[in-house]
Design a binder for this molecule. Structure first.
Ligand SMILES: NC(=O)c1ccc[n+]([C@@H]2O[C@H](COP(=O)([O-])OP(=O)(O)OC[C@H]3O[C@@H](n4cnc5c(N)ncnc54)[C@H](O)[C@@H]3O)[C@@H](O)[C@H]2O)c1
Ligand SMILES: [Zn+2]
Length: 786
C-alpha cells in the first residue's frame, strides 16, 4: 500500500462510525462548555475522543478541519459578547499511561537533540480556562477559552474575583500581556455550596407540600453542581455579576499569551515575574531535569491529590525554556512542548438500578445505591455506593432509574453525587425507605427522638448485626484477628445449616474447635453482589466447606485463624472495649477509658458521672456504656470471654506511664520487617507520638521500610531524619535522642520544629494534645458507628 487513501477509499462503516462519533462529541462539548451541564462523565467522553482519534490514525483521510480532533473546546455562546483572542488558547494532549508519557518525552528529545532543557511540572487544575488581557498594567478584558480563537467576554464576572488584580503592581508593568489561567472553586467551598442548595431544596419540599394542598404550582428544586469544575464554570458564566461575586472563586495562572514590552527566558521565571505583578501563581510547581523526576512528581501528587485545596485531574509537564517551546511549536489543537498526565477518573456515570438497605453492626439501616452494572472508577470496579440515610437520598435528589454520577476519591467509600437531570425521561421513580429489616424482618425505627437514622432493634438475634459485629471484632480496630474477616464471620454465624453455627454472638468467639468448623458449608457468594454463585455445569448454587478441604482436612487458614483467635486473648484492654460495639465507644474513647481505669470491671462499676469525667468521654458515651451493661446478654458476652481466659486488665507499662515519645511527629512509609504498618503506628501512638500521613518540616522522624513511597523522597528533600528498621527499634526502645545519635545527628534537633502548644492549654489539657490526630480522623458524632 503506497497510495494515500482518499476519503472514498475509507470503508463505509468506518465513515459512518466516524460521523456518529463526531456528532456525539460535538453535542457533548456543547453541553459541557456552553451549558455547563454534561450528560456523560469525562472518562466516557475521553473514550469517545480516543476512538475517534484511533479511526483517524488508521484512516488519515478522515482528518478534516471540521473533525473534533482538530478543534479546541466548544463554540462561544450568544450569552456573552464574543472576544477574539490575540493569540490562540490551546488544549493539551493527554498521556494516560507511562508509555504515552515516555513517547512524548522521546519526541521532545529527538527534536531538541543536543540541547539542554528542563521539565516544568505543574498541577492540572480542574477548572475553567480564562484569558486576562492587561494593557499598561490595567485589566481591560477577561474571556473564556471558547473555541480557542474566540471566547466569551466575562470581564464583569472576573472583576469580582478578589485574587485577580485590576491593575498590576509595580512600575515595571508591560504594555501588553495576556495571562492564561484556571478559575477554580475550592473543594471545601464546593461542598458547602451544595449543602446549602440541599438545605434550600428541603425547605422547598416542605413548602411544596403546602402548595400542593392549596392547588398551587410547586417551586422547582435547585440543581446541585456535579463537581467543583462545574461549579466554577456555572458561577463564572452567569449573566449577573452579583452571583459570581457571591461565590468563592479563585484563580491560578499557568501561561502567557500575546505579550510586548518584556522578555522572559523560562516559563518558571515568568511566573516569578507574574507573582511580583500581583497575579496568583501556583505553589506546587517544580522544575526538574529528568523524566524520572517528572514521574516522582506525578506519583507524589497522585497520593496527595486530595490534600490540595482544589481539584486536580492530572499533572501538566512543560518544556520550561520559552525559546525551545517556540521551536517545538504546536499542532492545530495543542502545543508539542507540553503534555497532560491524567490521573484515573474519580467520577463516572451509571444507571441507578435499585436502592437497597444494609444493616450495620449497630443496627443502623443504610441505603446504598446499586448500579445496573459495575463501573471502573479511581482504578477499581464499583457497583455500590453509600447513600447514608433516607434524608440523604432525598437531598441527592436521585430517583430509581436515573443516570447518576458516582464518585470515588482514593480509598474513600464510593458515593453518589446526584442525577443527570437532562437524561430523565419520566419513568424514574422515587425511593421508598423499607419499613422492615431486610434480614430479620423487625420493624425499623429511630432509637431516639430526632434521630434521622432508622435501626433494626433486634440487636440480639438479627443475623446481619451479629455477622457485622463478629467481622468488626476480628477487624483492625478491635481484636485484629488475621483470618477472621467478613466471609469467615459469615461462615461462623450464618452457615448453610443454621444449627451448625458455632457462633451465636461475640461471646462464642474463643474456644472454637476444629471439629465444630469442619462440617460448616457456605454458599459461594460473589463478594461484590453477595448473590450466590452458580455451578457452571449444573447451574445450581455452589456450596462449599469453608473451613475444610475437599478431603475433609482443616484448611491451612482454618488452623491459622484458630491460633490467631487464641493469641487475641492477650490483646490490650481497649481493643476488647472497642470490640464490644457499644454505641459511641470507638477506638479513641476505648483507649481513654482503658488508660484511665485499666480494668474492664472498674469501667462497668463506675458511675455515669465518673465515666463522663474521663478525659475524652462525654455524657452520651457514659450513658451508653451504662445502658449497654444493663443488658443480660451483653454481660454474658463479657463473662464468656473471662471464662475463656481474657483478663481485661492492663498494667501500666513503664513507657506508657511516661509516654516517652510525647511531642514527636512521625511518618511511617514502606514495608517494615518487624511490624505491620498498623502495628508500627500503634507502637508509636501508645508511647505518645503523633503519627501523621504527610511529611512536612514539622515531622521529627520518617520511618521508612522497603519500597517507601514519595514520602521518603520528600523526607530526603527536606533533610529529615529517616529511620530504618533498626533505627525504628531504637526509637521505640530508647527514645528520640538515641535514635538521632544512631543516625549520627546531635541528640537534640537544632531548633524545635513543632509549634509548641500554648502553655496554658498544655497544662489544662494534658494528654489531649497528643490525641488530637486520632480524634481528627474519627467522626466526632458517632465514633462507634458502622
Ligand atoms: N463530560 C463531557 O461531556 C465533556 C465534554 C467535553 C470535554 N470534557 C472534558 O474536558 C477535558 C478536555 O478538555 P480540554 O480540551 O480543555 O483539555 P484538558 O482540560 O484536558 O486540558 C487543557 C486545559 O487544561 C487547563 N489547565 C489546567 N491546569 C493547567 C496548567 N497547569 N497548565 C496548562 N493548562 C492547564 C487549561 O485550561 C487548558 O485549556 C477532558 O477532561 C474531557 O473529558 C468532558
Ligand atoms: Zn434485623
Amino acid at each position: 500500500m503506497v497510495a494515500v487513501e482518499g476519503w472514498e477509499d475509507v470503508p463505509a462503516e468506518v465513515r459512518k462510525r466516524h460521523a456518529e462519533l463526531a456528532a456525539e462529541i460535538t453535542d457533548h462539548r456543547a453541553r459541557y462548555y456552553e451549558q455547563d451541564a454534561p450528560i456523560v462523565s469525562d472518562a466516557e467522553f475521553d473514550a469517545l475522543m480516543r476512538e475517534l482519534e484511533g479511526l483517524e490514525a488508521e484512516h488519515p483521510a478522515l482528518v478534516t478541519p471540521e473533525s473534533p480532533t482538530q478543534k479546541v473546546g466548544g463554540a462561544p455562546t450568544l450569552l456573552f459578547a464574543p472576544v477574539e483572542h490575540r493569540e490562540r488558547l490551546l488544549s493539551l494532549d493527554n498521556a494516560m499511561d507511562d508509555e504515552e508519557l515516555a513517547a512524548w518525552a522521546e519526541r521532545v528529545a529527538t527534536e531538541l537533540a543536543g540541547i539542554e532543557y528542563h521539565y516544568l511540572c505543574e498541577l492540572k487544575v480542574d477548572g475553567l480556562a480564562v484569558n486576562l488581557t492587561y494593557e499598561n498594567g490595567q485589566l481591560v478584558q477577561a474571556a473564556t477559552r471558547g473555541d480557542g480563537r474566540v471566547g466569551e467576554d466575562i470581564t464583569a464576572n472576573v472583576r469580582t474575583i478578589k485574587e485577580i488584580p485590576h491593575r498590576l503592581r509595580g512600575d515595571d508593568v508591560p504594555e501588553l500581556v495576556e495571562i492564561r489561567g484556571e478559575v477554580y472553586f475550592p473543594t471545601e467551598a464546593f461542598e458547602a455550596l451544595n449543602a446549602s442548595f440541599s438545605a434550600e431544596n428541603e425547605r422547598r419540599r416542605v413548602e411544596n407540600e403546602e402548595r400542593a394542598k392549596e392547588g398551587r404550582r410547586p417551586r422547582a428544586m435547585i440543581r446541585l453542581f456535579m463537581n467543583p469544575r462545574n461549579a466554577a464554570a456555572g458561577s463564572l458564566r452567569q449573566k449577573d455579576p452579583l452571583v459570581a461575586a457571591s461565590r468563592p472563586l479563585h484563580m491560578v495562572v499557568h501561561g502567557i499569551g500575546a505579550r510586548s514590552g518584556f522578555d522572559i527566558d523560562d516559563q518558571s521565571h515568568a511566573y516569578d515575574l507574574l507573582r511580583e505583578w500581583g497575579l496568583p501563581t501556583a505553589r506546587h510547581n517544580r522544575v526538574v531535569g529528568t523524566l524520572d523526576e517528572v514521574r516522582a512528581f506525578i506519583t507524589h501528587f497522585g497520593e496527595q491529590r486530595h490534600s490540595v485545596e482544589h481539584e486536580i485531574d492530572g499533572v501538566v509537564v512543560k518544556v520550561d525554556e520559552i525559546a525551545l517551546q517556540g521551536r517545538l511549536g504546536s499542532t492545530s489543537k495543542s502545543p508539542r512542548w507540553a503534555i497532560a498526565w491524567k490521573y484515573p477518573p474519580e467520577e463516572v456515570t451509571g444507571r441507578l438500578a435499585a436502592i437497597k438497605v444494609g444493616i450495620g453492626r449497630t443496627g443502623r439501616a443504610t441505603p446504598y445505591a446499586v448500579l445496573a452494572e459495575p463501573v471502573k472508577v479511581a482504578g477499581s470496579m464499583v457497583q455500590y455506593a453509600t447513600l447514608h440515610n433516607q434524608e440523604v437520598v432525598k437531598a441527592k435528589d436521585v430517583l430509581l432509574g436515573d443516570t447518576v454520577v458516582l464518585r470515588k476519591a482514593g480509598d474513600v467509600i464510593p458515593e453518589i453525587l446526584g442525577p443527570v437531570y437532562d437524561l430523565r425521561d419520566g419513568t424514574e421513580q422515587a425511593f421508598v425507605m423499607p419499613s422492615h429489616c431486610p434480614e430479620c424482618d423487625s420493624e425499623l425505627r429511630a432509637m431516639a427522638e430526632g434521630d434521622i437514622d432508622l435501626r433494626c432493634p433486634n440487636a440480639r438475634f438479627c443475623p446481619a448485626q451479629i455477622r457485622e459485629r463478629i467481622a468488626f471484632l476480628g477487624g483492625r480496630s478491635a481484636l485484629d484477628i488475621e483470618g477472621l474477616g467478613y466471609v469467615a464471620a459469615t461462615a461462623l454465624t450464618q452457615p448453610l445449616e443454621p444449627a451448625q453455627a458455632p457462633v451465636g454472638n461475640e461471646g462464642d468467639i474463643f474456644g472454637l474447635t476444629v471439629e465444630q468448623l469442619l462440617p460448616i458449608k457456605v454458599l459461594v457468594r460473589d463478594q461484590k453482589t453477595s448473590m450466590p454463585k452458580l455451578d457452571d455445569e449444573t447451574g445450581e448454587e455452589k456450596e462449599v466447606f469453608f473451613f475444610a478441604t475437599t478431603a475433609g482436612a482443616p484448611k491451612k487458614n482454618t488452623g491459622l485463624m484458630l491460633e490467631n483467635i487464641e493469641k487475641a486473648k492477650d490483646r490490650p484492654l481497649w481493643r476488647f472495649l472497642n470490640g464490644l460495639s457499644i454505641r459511641h465507644v470507638g477506638p479513641v474513647a476505648a483507649q481513654d477509658l482503658a488508660r484511665e481505669f485499666r480494668d474492664l470491671d472498674a469501667i462497668f462499676a463506675a458511675s455515669e458521672e465518673r465515666l463522663a469525667a474521663t478525659e475524652g468521654v462525654g455524657a452520651g458515651t457514659a450513658r451508653s456504656i451504662i445502658e449497654w451493661y444493663q443488658v443480660d446478654w451483653h454481660r454474658e458476652i463479657v463473662e464468656k470471654w473471662r471464662a475463656a481466659g481474657v483478663r481485661f486488665t492492663e498494667e501500666a507499662t513503664e513507657e506508657e506511664g511516661e509516654r516517652p515519645l510525647e511531642g514527636l511527629t512521625v511518618v511511617v512509609t514502606g514495608t517494615l520487617a518487624g511490624h505491620t504498618r498498623d502495628g508500627a503506628k500503634e507502637a508509636l501512638t501508645s508511647r505518645g507520638a503523633k503519627v501523621t500521613g504527610s511529611v512536612s518540616k514539622k515531622t521529627h522522624f520518617v520511618v521508612a521500610g522497603d519500597n517507601p513511597g514519595s514520602k521518603y523522597d520528600k523526607a530526603v528533600q527536606l533533610g529529615l531524619p529517616v529511620l530504618d528498621d533498626e533505627g525504628f527499634t531504637i526509637l521505640l526502645e530508647q527514645g528520640s535522642a538515641a535514635a538521632r545519635v544512631h543516625l549520627g545527628l546531635p541528640a537534640e534537633p537544632p531548633e524545635e520544629p513543632v509549634r509548641k502548644a500554648p502553655a496554658k492549654r498544655k497544662a489544662a489539657a494534658g494528654k489531649a494534645a497528643a490525641q488530637e490526630p486520632q480524634s481528627a480522623e474519627e467522626p466526632a458524632a458517632e465514633p462507634a458507628e458502622d
